[in-house]
Design a protein around this ligand. Structure first.
Ligand code: GCV
Length: 604
């Protein structure tokens, strides 16, 4: 079984009962270091390391143990440090269905489900829990936020099986969550799911009671309501605060939380309608509700205002709500970023996002898992970096992308030479910008194949109902989202508005997100926009060839399976990059009639 970044750790972990036992056992397996553990319950997740003494709370000792061991494996001895997580709740959300499929999953089928019920290898689940705990993740929501009909059974006859699964995660300090269907009361014969209806409120209280009886440390519910055809309070003329608070009240006696997703927009927009601009939707829905949510309700907001595109500005909602508990949501599974075939490393994204959010603004962090039943859990061996970095940075958001990438490389491939390791670190660090260049540079979103979301289709979403348009014509491309256009930019605090509203100062990588720009407009570096589009696509594609050469140099030093999978996927990435380059360049060449100043081949 693949051990990902726990390469140097023993495989033989016995059944243990608590994070403290796990901590002591992990430490006991490393003979070149001897640590002692001291429990201080009031420290919670926090810990202190002073030489060979680890002091921490009930879960803190576990995090302290992994930190001490990782440091010792990277040659750092005699640590003296104190640490506690920046965010109390560090969630991983699985989009797994009971039939074993995974929505937007690129690492094989579900690790939890099959054939309409729970179906898993306990060994693999325990190892997964160990991996997650080792990077600080402390909650997993096991089922898809699109709660398909069958999945409602997780709160019904399948609850004992869910409780058993919770028992496998518990010794690793990880609590379970479930996505729930807002219309569940109707399935049970109630005529309504109206959150203000007393019978509905009683129904949810009794559901909560059953769940917490079965799983005393259950963490709470994740809810996708009134979003992409999911049921929700709008059906009853109720607000999302009314809907979320009703569930909040139901779980409150048990100390539970409701994580309410803010991914609400009109997915049946008429493309002719220029008065609706999808990125504005979440802010318009939730700003008026600031202060209306109960204390145990968290609003979960995607990092950008659209939907995990290759590059988006930060969601303005994350910066503006002041009286609501917030959870930031990332997507590790590479839906729009290469399906775990192409390499796209996310530490840079995490770091840039955290850096823009004032300290204290967030209560929790969540990420959509990139995990499945593949032997290496994540499809592409290098995609494990995204999982590891997410966990580490949800704990310590100011870790630098390089630090976390180096740590991951060192732990995952301990026998790489220093020069190979440096090559791999650089390859991973560069991968995001390279992917962006050959696919959708300059803030151009949604040029992917509709539905499937891999490979280019510049006009694929242009006349659809999803509110995802770039409006390229023969003169210009992009949407004017300034005050003169859709007004989206006005949702940002004034100092950020200034940065985005003026095309002369707007960062190039977001230019076409905020502005409609003529192809012949001159960019800050003196090139025309059209030339920049061509250059980025040619350069991105060349960079993939260079990346492939670097990978060939590193591959012989990687474990055989990893080497094979990486090289095989790199061949596919090269084809994908070439396809993107040619399709997008041809698309803009046909529209603009402008030739490439460097005379490179653009197909007619
Ligand atoms: C789980 C995007 C994805 C959907 C996903 C949705 C969401 O639209 O394509 O698969 O649904 O986001 O985050 O709810």
């Amino acid at each position: 079984m693949h051990k990902l970044w726990l390469q140097s750790f023993s495989n033989e972990m016995p059944l243990l009962n608590s994070p403290e036992e796990v901590a002591r056992w992990e430490l006991s397996q490393f003979h070149d270091a001897s640590f002692s553990v001291c429990l201080r319950p009031e420290m919670g997740d926090g810990f202190e390391i002073d030489g060979d003494i680890i002091t921490g709370g009930p879960t803190g000792v576990l995090y302290g143990a992994y930190t001490a061991l990782f440091s010792s494996l990277t040659g750092k001895k005699h640590l003296k440090m104190r640490s506690e997580p920046a965010y109390r709740l560090r969630m991983l959300d699985f989009w797994d269905n009971l039939d074993g499929s995974v929505e937007r999953g690129y690492a094989g089928r579900s690790l939890f489900f099959d054939h309409g019920g729970l179906h898993y290898d306990p060994q693999r689940i325990r190892f997964l829990a160990r991996l997650l705990a080792s990077c600080g993740i402390n909650a997993v929501c096991i089922n898809n936020v699109n709660v398909l009909f069958e999945a409602q059974r997780l709160m019904e006859d399948l609850l004992p099986d869910v409780a058993e699964l919770a028992g496998l995660f518990r010794p690793f300090g990880i609590r379970l969550m479930l996505s729930c269907d807002f219309a569940l009361p109707i399935r049970h014969g109630l005529p309504t799911a109206d959150p203000l209806d007393q019978t509905v409120q009683d129904f949810w209280r009794s559901i909560a009671e059953k769940i917490w009886n079965a799983i005393p440390d259950f963490a709470g519910f994740v809810v996708k309501a009134d979003s992409e055809h999911r049921p929700g309070p709008f059906t009853y003329g109720r607000s999302h605060a009314e809907g979320a608070n009703m569930l909040g009240d139901a779980v409150e006696p048990f100390g539970g939380v409701v994580v309410w997703r803010a991914f609400v927009y009109n997915c049946q927009q008429d493309w002719r309608d220029t008065t609706t601009d999808r990125p504005k939707a979440a802010y318009e829905h939730y700003m008026p509700l600031d202060g209306a949510f109960h204390d145990n309700v968290l609003l979960q907001i995607k990092n950008g205002p659209f939907d995990f595109q290759v590059r988006e500005p930060i969601s303005p909602l994350l910066l503006s709500l002041r009286k609501t508990h917030l959870a930031l949501e990332f997507q590790l599974t590479q839906e729009y970023t290469g399906h775990q075939i192409d390499i796209y490393s996310m530490p840079g994204l995490f770091s840039e996002t955290f850096a823009q959010i004032p300290r204290g603004q967030l209560s929790a962090v969540a990420a959509v898992a990139n995990i499945g039943r593949d032997d290496n859990y994540v499809g592409h061996p290098f995609a494990a970096l995204n999982l590891f970095a997410y966990g580490c940075m949800a704990w310590q958001p100011d870790l630098s992308p390089r630090q976390v990438t180096e740590l991951w490389c060192h732990l995952t491939y301990p026998s790489l030479s220093a020069s190979c390791e440096e090559k791999l670190v650089q390859l991973l660090m560069d991968s995001r910008e390279i992917y962006e260049k050959y696919t959708a540079p300059l803030g151009l979103c949604w040029m992917v194949n509709p539905g499937f979301h891999y490979g280019p289709s510049p006009d694929g979403y242009e006349y659809q109902s999803w509110g995802t348009y770039h409006k390229a014509d023969r003169n210009a491309v992009g949407i004017d989202r300034t005050a003169q256009g859709t007004g989206y930019v006005l949702q940002y605090p004034p100092e950020i508005q200034k940065r985005y509203a003026d095309p002369a100062v707007c960062p190039d990588h977001l230019l076409l997100f905020f502005h409609r720009v003529p192809y012949q407009a001159v960019m800050s570096d003196g090139r025309t926009l059209i030339q920049r589009i061509y250059d980025d696509h040619f350069e991105g594609c060349e960079a993939v060839d260079a990346m492939s050469q670097t990978l060939c140099q590193i591959a012989p030093s990687l474990p055989e399976d990893d080497s094979r999978v990486c090289l095989d996927r790199m061949e596919k990435q090269k084809l994908n990059a070439r396809e993107w380059r040619d399709v997008v360049n041809t698309f803009f060449h046909r529209l603009s009639g402008a030739d490439d100043a460097k005379g490179r081949k653009i197909y007619d």
